[in-house]
Design a binder for this molecule. Structure first.
Ligand SMILES: Nc1ncnc2c1ncn2[C@@H]1O[C@H](COP(=O)(O)OP(=O)(O)OP(=O)(O)O)[C@@H](O)[C@H]1O
Length: 208
């Protein structure tokens, strides 16, 4: 469950944002739409505790997260938030499997090899687990990055333009995978995008 109230942010006195209030419950999915420059990535980074709001509240599982210190925010993020970036960033020297297990390691949890295998099966990259991430196609890397975001059973999954580089077929496949996997672990899914193809596949939407 994630919700915001009176959320504001500014990069500079001339670059201010006031975001609409919203709430996304467990197993609920939500789309945040907006043209380029409207602040979609900024809002996602606020929800991910990568930026600190200038005003307002963000709650995850009824915990007020905007007041956490930098260290506490990093711990909270590692344990509760899964992020899918527009362009996946992997550790190129590690295998696909080790990139998945790294999430467990960084948040101080036991390495969940079976879970990684399960996601790889569900998302269709089980044959690639031993490969380096650079050996995968862009669509395959996108699916690995979805699995990586799920590895710690996060309460909230945040996806930044997860479909912008995909053709229509793969776009709908990735959205289905995201929704199904989110539902499986009982998380809230928030997608920010300017991809109009997603308008018809998310019931709950807000426009920036
Ligand atoms: N670090 C920064 N410092 C100053 N201004 C910034 C910074 N990051 C983003 N901005 C500005 O804030 C505005 C919103 O940026 P943001 O990346 O959130 O938009 P967006 O809606 O995600 O755009 P796009 O769809 O093009 O990715 C833009 O005008 C951008 O130039």
């Amino acid at each position: 469950m994630i919700s915001t109230e009176n959320l504001t942010f500014q990069y500079s006195p001339s670059k201010k944002f006031q975001f609409p209030d919203f709430a996304c419950a467990d197993r609920e999915t939500m789309l945040i739409l907006g043209k380029s420059g409207k602040g979609k990535t900024t809002l996602l980074h606020l929800m991910a505790l990568l930026l600190h709001p200038t005003g307002g509240k963000i709650q995850i599982n009824n915990k007020e997260i905007s007041e956490l210190s930098v260290g506490d925010a990093a711990r909270f993020r590692a344990q509760n938030v899964g992020i899918i970036y527009q362009k996946a960033h992997f550790v190129h020297s590690l295998s696909v499997m080790d990139n998945l297990l790294l999430v467990n390691y960084l948040s101080g949890q036991k390495q969940a090899v079976e879970k990684a295998r399960h996601f790889a099966e569900s998302l269709g990259f089980a044959d690639h687990l031993k490969k380096k991430t650079t050996q995968l196609s862009q669509g395959e890397q996108q699916r690995v990055s979805i699995a990586r975001a799920l590895m710690n059973n996060p309460s909230v999954i945040l996806a930044d333009e997860p479909t912008s580089n995909l053709d229509d077929d793969n776009c709908l496949k990735v959205v289905d995978l995201l929704k199904n996997q989110t539902n499986e672990i009982g998380a809230s899914l928030v997608v920010v995008t300017h991809d109009q193809r997603l308008k018809d596949v998310f019931e709950k939407q807000i426009q920036l």
